[in-house]
Design a protein around this ligand. Sequence first.
Ligand code: 5GP
Length: 231
Amino acid sequence: MSNIKHRKRGELIIISGPTCAGKGTIIRHLLKKHDEMTLSISYTSRPMRGGEVDGVDYYFVSREQFEEKIKNNDFLEYAKVRYGEYFGTPKQEIEETLESGKDVILEIDVQGAQQVKELFPETILIFILAPSFEELKKRIKARGLENNEQIIDRFKTAYKEINEINKYNYVVVNDELEEAILKVESILIAEKCRVDRIEEIAVENEEEILHEFIIGKEFDNTPVDYNKDTK
Ligand code: 5GP
């Protein structure tokens, strides 16, 4: 009936949400299942934590190195997210990956999301929420990684971020992990079917189709009386 030509360029997807909402776990599942998706690795000036790997979790750099990169205009966006430390999305890699047709996921905070949305209004913005503040408190404590001051800081940031939810296109509550993953996947599938994301729809020649349907043979440009049989 028609030939739909999807845009070759990949989609830019932002996944944000308060600490311990489960963004990382959801993203890991998506990446395992979808070869066409990649995760952008950010730069940060914050110290590396135990178990983290440079070039996998982040590119860990000093503040001076980060500021040098700001000067060089190397970031698509950057922000001071927590404890005054910088986090930033590298520009060049993303542009190249999108051009190659792969989707790029950015796991960034609300300040960064806002900057990217202004640059690329078509970005798909998804906010992941924990089911309640009580549950969030439990998850933060269960991580048991940080001191009280840092826990309070995480909680305050979470509270602030939740108030920014209206800047996003979608919100997914991560109560049941499987269900949350399915919802994010469904959002991305639906987004790709949007008419404004299609480059071209080539509808086949109506006269040709009608001819083949009624006459049952190749179209040869000879004028045909379609009402012949019904006369
Ligand atoms: P952490 O890795 O310290 O647990 O949390 C990092 C926080 O910074 C998360 O909220 C994460 O979404 C955000 N973040 C990570 N990378 C970037 C980035 O490149 N840009 C911005 N704006 N935020 C980031």
